[in-house]
Design a protein around this ligand. Structure first.
Ligand SMILES: [Zn+2]
Length: 400
């Protein structure tokens, strides 16, 4: 066997063992061998290597079926640490986590707008330096920096091709950070990073076909299939905010009419509410100046019947969009994220009722729809997941 292919085989086997311990640990060596069909000596050798590299720990003794109790193996979640940056249009959320995604420290770096391409790259360096300063005791065990970037991202080269909300183009994010910090750097669009976060740390852990729909100022989706991101031919897979729902609808930021985004985004909710108030709707919101979707949510919480109806209606529009998604991708689960998803208790019932009414088959009607539980660092956790994938994958760029 050629050395190259031997190394490949070893990397593949190591990845299989790591994933087995991650998903099913605590687990014994014998059980790993049985379930992965690798030979016990292969498992023994690779596990010894993983223990030497601190990646795997021997844990408590398992149940014995007669004879000696087997030693159980678990992933050492505190072996290595990762920096995750969520580079939004107004601020950078920087976190340091262990391998389980537990946030050890975080900082918020405000961007001083407007900025040039170079100034934005400098901001990323400064945000990383700030989180490193807070994390000195972990510095030797940091293995990489992940970046979740809004807009169009070329994940292969680590370039931000276009950041619409900052109006910046062609920024070499990966090269800039890698040259400055000598860590591996991975960059991905924020909606896709979010999907990876749900897949590794959130409700999508066991979903083979997962779609995460982010509903905020804009609307986008990330798709993972068997734990891998689906990006499409030219990185626009998941742009569901711009699927046409109403041929005669409102004009969208993209120039088309009646996109899903014009019905369900935060700004769309406030625009529709204002229009209905002008048409005579009775609500406590008629007194509110510069009405936002947050005002609508708060009024609903305070018992305003009109505000609750606006959100229920938004839920039925979201349900129509998700039914289209179900018919296109047939996912096992959809997780909703972003500001609008915080109104889950008002939108979820009509989302589910709409899918139940419109989806083609019984199982499609029952597609799981959940609201994210990842909290405020969700996108930064997605950035962390970009590095974790490299650590566990057979072709990953991180060798320990
Ligand atoms: Zn559009």
């Amino acid at each position: 066997m050629k050395r190259g292919s031997f190394q490949e085989m070893k990397a593949l086997n190591k990845s299989i063992i790591l994933m087995k311990i991650l998903n099913d640990g605590p687990i014994s060596r014998a059980q790993i061998a049985k379930e992965t069909k690798l030979t016990p000596p292969t498992v023994g050798t690779l596990v010894r290597e993983l223990i030497e590299k601190k990646m795997v720990l021997e844990s408590s003794q398992g149940e014995s079926k007669g004879g000696r109790k087997p030693t159980m193996l678990i992933i050492n979640q505190k072996a290595y640490y990762i920096i995750g940056l969520d580079a939004g249009p107004t601020k950078i959320d920087a976190i340091l986590t262990d391998l389980s995604g537990k946030v050890i420290s975080n900082i918020e770096y405000k961007l001083s707008l407007p900025l040039t391409e170079d100034e934005f790259l400098t901001s990323l360096i400064e945000a990383t330096e700030a989180i490193l300063e807070q994390s000195t005791e972990y510095i030797d065990d940091i293995i990489g920096i992940g970046v979740a970037m809004h807009g169009v991202v070329d994940a292969e080269t680590g370039y931000s091709l276009y950041a619409p909300n900052l109006d910046l183009y062609n920024m070499p994010i990966s090269d800039t950070l890698a040259n400055h910090f000598s860590y591996i750097v991975k960059v991905e669009n924020d909606a896709r990073a979010l999907a990876l976060a749900e897949n590794w740390f959130g409700q999508g852990k066991n979903s083979e076909r997962l779609v995460v729909v982010n509903i905020g100022t804009g609307v986008g989706a990330g798709v993972t299939i068997d734990g891998e991101l689906y990006r499409g031919e030219s990185y626009i897979a998941g742009e569901i905010g711009h699927m046409t729902i109403d041929l005669k609808g409102e004009v969208c930021t993209c120039g088309n009419r009646g996109c899903l985004q014009t019905l369900i985004s935060g700004p769309a909710i406030s625009t529709r509410t204002k229009k209905m108030i002008d048409e005579g709707a009775v609500t406590s919101l008629s007194e509110v100046k510069d009405l936002t979707s947050l005002d609508v949510y708060q009024a609903a919480e305070a018992g305003d019947a009109f505000a609750r109806e606006v959100l229920r209606e938004t839920g039925s529009y979201i349900g129509i969009g998700l039914t289209n998604l179900i018919h296109t991708l047939n996912p096992s689960q959809i997780v909703l994220s972003g500001g609008v998803s915080k109104a889950g208790k008002y939108i979820l019932p009509t989302i589910k009722a709409t899918i139940d009414k419109r989806a083609l088959t019984k199982t499609a009607k029952q597609t799981m729809v959940n609201i994210t539980e990842l909290g405020d660092h969700a996108s930064a956790l997605g950035a962390v997941a970009l590095i974790i994938v490299e650590l566990f994958a057979k072709n990953g760029e991180i060798t320990i």
